[in-house]
Structures are given as C-alpha cells and as structure tokens.
Design a protein around this ligand. Structure first.
Ligand code: 5GP
Ligand code: SF4
Ligand code: MG
Length: 465
C-alpha cells in the first residue's frame, strides 16, 4: 500500500490526491482520502480503482476541504481478499478528545489475536482489515491526547507499519521499530507532507527533508512544525530489501540511494555471477528493466526491447485473483517478433514467484523464433511468503519453495535460469561485504526464511518457519 499526508497547505486533499497518484504502483485496488476543516469537520471519500479516475473529479474534491488531509492506496495482502469498500482506508475513529483518521502501510502480524481480544471486550469492527485494530486499541487507551493513544496502540501491534494519521490539528507519522516499510518527510512552502516514497514529493514539487526513522513518531502542526518522539524500544532496523528490488518506484530515493541505481547494480552483479553467451539482453518490462540495463552494461551484450509492454495495464500481481493474473500476461506484454527471431536471448526479470508469468513469457519468446532463452532473475529464489505487507502467496504456490533451481529451469522450459545471490543483492544495495548473516542489515525473509518478527497469527494457523 501507499500512504500520503499533508498539513498547512490550502486544499490539502488535492496534494494528497497527486501524491497518491505517484504512489499508485503500491496499490491499485482502491484509494481513500480524509480531510479536516473547522466548519464541516472530518470528510472522507473512499473509492475502488485508480486515483486518477476518482480523485480528479472537481465536485468530489470539493467535498474534501481543509488544510490537513491524509490518504491511502490499497492492495489487499494475505487474509482479506476481494473488494469491500469498508476495507478501504483511511479508517476513522471518534474519541472523547476528537476524531482521528489513520492510513497504514504494512501488515500487522498479531492482528487476528488482537481482533479476537478486542471483540471479546466489546469493540465493533467495521472491516476485515488488520489495520482497523489500531483504531480500537486507541479507543481503549486511557491517554489524554491522540498521539499518546496512538503510541499505546502501536506498542501492542507487531509486524510492519508505516502509519500516517491525522487529528483536527495534527499530522502524525510513525514507523515500526524495524522500519520495514518506508516513510519520508517533505516540505512544501509553509506546509509539510509525509509520503511512502520520494517520487510522490517530486510530483507536487515538495522538498525531501529526511526519512522518518525506524521506531520514530513525528507529530506535525502548521504552527509548530515537526516534533519527534521515540515510543518504542530501540532495535536494529530491517528495511524490506524487496522495496529496492521491486516494490518502490525506480525514481525514488531510499536510504540515500537511488532505487534505479540499486536495480541497475543488481544487473551488474548478475552479469558477474551468471554470465552466458547471447545476442541480446531483454528486460521483462517494467520491473526487470533497470537490472537488464545493468546486465547489458556489465556483459557488453546489447540491450534490446524484446518485449513491449502495453502501458495501459497495471501491475499483474496486484490483481487479486489467479484467473485475472493469468489473463493479464498477454494483455500486458507482447513479444517484439522482428527482433527476437533467431536470437539467443537473455531475459531479465525482478523475481520468480509462482512462475506463471515467467512460463508464458518464455512461450511467447520461443513462439517468436528465439534460438535460446536464458532467464536471469534480479532477486534470490522467493521461497517464503511475506507477512509484512507484500502479497506473496503461501508456500505451496511458491515455485522456489517446492523445486530446486534445476527443477525450476526445467519447469519454466528455458535453456538456463540463474538468480542473483543474497550476497550479490546486498552488495547491490550498498553493503560492500554482502549480507551480515549474524545480524542481517535488511529484512529478506521471503528469500532466506529468517523472519525478523515472528508471524504470530500464521504460526497459530500452523505455519512453520
Ligand atoms: P511469476 O513468473 O512468478 O508468475 O511472476 C513473476 C513476475 O510477476 C515478475 O515480473 C514480478 O514482477 C511479478 N509477480 C507476479 N506475481 C508476484 C507476486 O505474487 N509477488 C511479487 N512480488 N511479484 C510478482
Ligand atoms: Fe520485504 Fe520480503 Fe521482508 Fe516481505 S519478507 S518485508 S517482501 S523482504
Ligand atoms: Mg514484473
């Protein structure tokens, strides 16, 4: 998911809509915006579909007045599948000291246990979302102001959360102690903004100030600016390495590093680790493009657009059902036949998850008359599900959880298949010595099976690490 918030800006909801549009790659199912203005109080709009199809409508935007606003773009992760408008964020709660709205990116790993406990004590849930727990925990807190209630609530929550919230006067941003999901602070004129990624600061012309740090809470008002708090016990950060590989936009900056440059560098590592004789290097667009550029530059094999993407389709994996995903490949990608015929082709993609996309792409390339197909993958084999907000399927659906590399090569029907090593990936994100196995610098659980936060709900349901 993607979150964005703005304070101290006239018609803040318009900036939030633009920010969410730039974060659309993080969630395409639905979006929502809440704003506050003294006269009409809190207002909200939640819609299915793209930001640009909903939050560009002038009469809708007029219903979201005020200089303080937050928003969310959603894609559903493990648990609640399918569409219900009541699951669309931001969520709103009315407390004795006033209302608050929250938008959450990440996944709460003890949400089911918390929900059971809260329902037993009288909470009435409106949605099936893990994020709604935060509102109910806030309602039960005895603290006298909303930021303190949020602290109370978030101390009970486990897993990954980057939260943007608002009261009548304050914009609040919090990152979980491991800082699994991103959150950045920007400045625009006299106002402030919070965003999942820096690409959404660029779209509104805001200046990037800094990242919210893991375990940090910022409370921002138009009058007093940014106040920083540390509500959690300090821990070593474990940012999601897959944000660098796939999830974030290549024009975003994370930890002072260009996401594009990191991806290009993964391609360089791949070319060093897994060279192969071929005529052209082609990305599976768009997610494989920067790594393919790096592979080509390092190997000296020419880069070419062997697959062309229809720009009017979204990210296939974010489509929630398997059936739509299966159709998606041909609707979205087509082989450039004239280029591929008779060539030995290196195909570079960011990841192999279920293997369904990869197989279809290989079929299309062979249909077009390629002499050889070599797959190079810009992440290690995805052998474990993510429980922190990226929608990887259960282990039985993950190709790498059930097959050796040679079996995967055979299953995909390609001449060779190589994945970047974990150390190669760590070098590409700037860790010259590779992965520190005693104390990994990132979350890489989907590749390593080492979960930095025990996924309590999953373990209760029989998941074995
Ligand atoms: P596959 O071959 O595993 O079906 O799909 C791999 C391609 O689709 C990659 O280009 C990747 O960007 C995307 N993809 C498909 N499904 C998923 C998924 O569940 N999670 C992630 N992270 N990427 C996926
Ligand atoms: Fe990111 Fe993978 Fe960790 Fe999930 S399990 S937070 S996708 S690195
Ligand atoms: Mg892809």
């Amino acid at each position: 998911c993607g979150v964005f918030g703005a304070v101290g800006l006239t018609d803040a909801a318009n900036f939030v809509a633009l920010g969410l549009h730039a974060l659309q790659h993080r969630g395409q199912e639905a979006g929502g915006i809440v704003s506050y203005e003294a006269e009409t109080g809190f207002n909200s709009a939640r819609r299915f579909g793209y930001v640009r199809d909903n939050f560009t409508n002038a009469s809708l935007m007029q219903t979201l007045p005020g200089s303080l606003s937050i928003g969310h773009v959603r894609y559903s992760t493990a648990g609640s599948k399918g569409a219900a408008i009541r699951d669309v964020q931001p969520f709103f709660g009315e407390f004795s000291m006033g209302g608050a709205a929250i938008a959450h990116n990440g996944n709460i790993t003890n949400a089911e246990a918390l929900r059971r406990e809260l329902i037993e004590r009288g909470s009435i849930f409106q949605s099936s979302s893990d994020s709604e727990c935060i509102i109910h925990l806030m309602a039960r807190s005895l603290q006298r102001d909303i930021p303190a209630r949020m602290e109370d609530a978030l101390r009970r929550v486990e897993g990954a959360f980057s939260v943007v919230a608002m009261t009548r006067t304050k914009l609040i941003g919090v990152r979980d102690p491991l800082g699994v999901r991103p959150l950045v602070l920007g400045r625009l004129g006299d106002g402030w903004v919070l965003s999942s990624e820096t690409c959404a600061l660029d779209i509104i012309g805001a200046e990037f100030i800094r990242e919210i740090e893991p375990g940090e809470m910022v409370v921002i008002t138009a009058e007093n600016g940014v106040e920083s708090q540390r509500p959690f016990r300090p821990q070593r950060s474990r940012f999601c390495v897959f944000e660098h590989v796939y999830f974030s936009r290549p024009d975003s900056i994370i930890g002072g590093r260009s996401v594009y440059e990191t991806r290009r560098q993964i391609g360089v590592e791949l070319a060093r680790e897994a060279p192969v004789d071929a005529d052209i290097v082609c990305p599976v667009p768009d997610s494989g493009t920067p790594a393919a550029i790096g592979y080509s530059q390092e190997s000296g094999i020419p880069y070419a657009m062997g697959i062309v993407r229809n720009q009017y389709m979204g990210r296939t994996f974010i489509e929630p059902t398997e059936q739509i995903r299966n159709m998606g490949v041909r609707l979205k990608l087509n082989v450039n036949r004239a280029l591929i015929r008779g060539k030995k082709v290196i195909l570079v993609d960011d990841s192999v998850v279920r293997g369904t996309t990869s197989r279809k792409i290989k079929d299309m390339i062979l249909d077009a008359g390629a002499a050889e197909v070599h797959f190079r993958i810009a992440s290690p084999p995805t052998a474990w599900p993510c429980f922190y907000g990226v929608d990887t399927p259960q282990r039985d659906k993950l190709l790498a959880a059930n097959m050796s590399e040679e079996e995967m090569r055979d299953h995909l029907g390609v001449d060779s298949l190589k994945f970047v090593t974990l150390d190669g990936l760590y070098r590409a994100v700037g860790e010259a010595e590779g992965r520190n196995n005693a104390c990994p610098q990132y979350c890489d659980a989907c590749f390593s099976g080492e979960y930095p936060v025990e996924p309590a709900d999953q373990i209760e349901k029989g998941f074995r690490m």
